[in-house]
Design a protein around this ligand. Structure first.
Ligand code: NAD
Length: 352
């Protein structure tokens, strides 16, 4: 048994079909009076439904959340919150909406109730991000961790297959990197393995039968575990590369995770054999890298960077950026190895 530190943040989770019905009760528990509801423009109807359920406690809706939390959006939401004298935020949506809630909580310290509708996992982490002048900065602060999270699989039924698949792969990436994280512990490893199992068995059903509520529940369960692992451990080369590719080359978040995952697993295969063994077993395959690749193909998710907006000219810069500052990874991160990883991902090659 390796020595470890166990320091899991505290939050309340309500999971289950119809758990949205408990929204008013859960907000009341926080002893707040004035909730501002947050969503993306596309999910405004979700926000309106939440407002109806809260009655007089809902003081407004800010339905302008967008990917990567631009500072201007965060400022507009903070101003509205001040104007409305809000003392609580209900973020209903994916990582973009939860991220906006975190940007407000970072300044105000007020509680967030998160209602996730994708598999990104942000609701379980103290990680926040803000984009200013085209540069995304991230940090960790327990203040931004949602106080209560309501997981209702019914809210994910409308998530289209082309969003569900990559979003689930994003969650799988949290699990894999959690398995070889320097600061992992036995509990995060158990959660990561169970998260991989739940996502691997549910995602093919989720994309072929989007309204299958059992599969949706299973996928959301996996994403809860994945988010918990992400929040409790430090990520390595996979997340570093995805951050670079998303931030500098403006590639879509979940799709980048989908494409990079098999190659990050192949990159670390020899250096993290136990993590790969656990991941492969959870996927029900012999090799984790190939298992992730085959799963992506099976669910119709992208497997090549060139198909999601990356240019061949950008590979050199991406490899340099990803190797610039040293960080923990099971295998030493150096330019040639990362360049090879990126080239394989660019072409969408099956990991050898
Ligand atoms: P997203 O929140 O941008 O949602 C993608 C699209 O799907 C949006 O148009 C949204 O309106 C729509 N959508 C969401 N749920 C839906 C549903 N149930 N039905 C129909 N449409 C729905 O995407 P995401 O992948 O969830 O989040 C990505 C963002 O979250 C990125 O900015 C990423 O950096 C961040 N993130 C942060 C963390 C963290 O710990 N801080 C973790 C994961 C992701």
């Amino acid at each position: 048994m390796q020595p470890f530190v166990y320091d899991m943040p505290a939050y309340r989770v309500i999971f289950g079909i119809g758990s949205l019905d408990r929204l008013a009760e859960e907000v009341k528990r926080l002893d707040v009076r004035r909730a501002l509801i947050l969503s993306t423009p596309e999910q405004r109807s979700f926000a309106e439904d939440a407002a109806l359920r809260l009655g007089g406690t809902a003081v407004g809706i800010f339905a302008k959340a967008v990917m990567h939390v631009p500072i201007e959006t965060a400022r507009a939401a903070r101003e509205l919150a001040l104007h409305l004298d809000a003392d609580c935020y209900v973020a209903i949506g994916g990582g973009s909406t939860v991220g906006l809630g975190k940007a407000i909580a970072l300044e105000s310290g007020q509680p967030i109730v998160a209602i996730p509708t994708t598999y990104a996992g942000s609701e379980m982490t103290p990680i926040y991000g803000l984009t200013e002048g085209g540069i995304k900065k991230t940090g960790r602060d327990r203040k931004v961790l949602p106080r209560t999270v309501l997981y209702d699989p019914l809210l994910t039924v409308s998530l289209p297959p082309q969003v569900s698949g990559p979003s689930g792969m994003n969650a799988l990436a949290h699990c894999l990197e959690g398995l070889y994280a320097q600061d992992g512990n036995p509990l995060t490893s158990l959660m990561a393995a169970e998260g991989i199992r739940a996502l691997a068995r549910s995602l093919p059903v989720v994309v072929s039968e989007p309204s299958n509520v059992e599969a949706r529940s299973d996928a959301l369960y996996g994403s809860w575990l994945a988010g918990t692992v992400l929040g409790a451990t430090s990520m390595s080369i996979h997340h570093k590369l995805c951050h670079t590719l998303g931030g500098t080359f403006n590639l879509p978040h979940a799709e980048v995770h989908t494409v990079i995952l098999p190659h990050a697993a192949a990159f670390n295969r020899e250096a993290a054999p136990e993590a790969m063994r656990v991941a492969a077993e959870a996927l029900g395959v012999d090799d984790a890298a190939q298992g992730f690749y085959d799963l992506a193909l099976r669910i119709g998710a992208p497997v090549a960077l060139k198909d999601i907006g990356m240019t061949a000219e950008g590979l050199e810069r991406a490899a340099k950026l990803a190797t610039e500052n040293p960080y923990y990874n099971p295998r030493r991160v150096e330019y040639q190895g990362v360049r090879k990883l990126l080239e394989d991902a660019f072409d969408g090659r099956r990991p050898a």
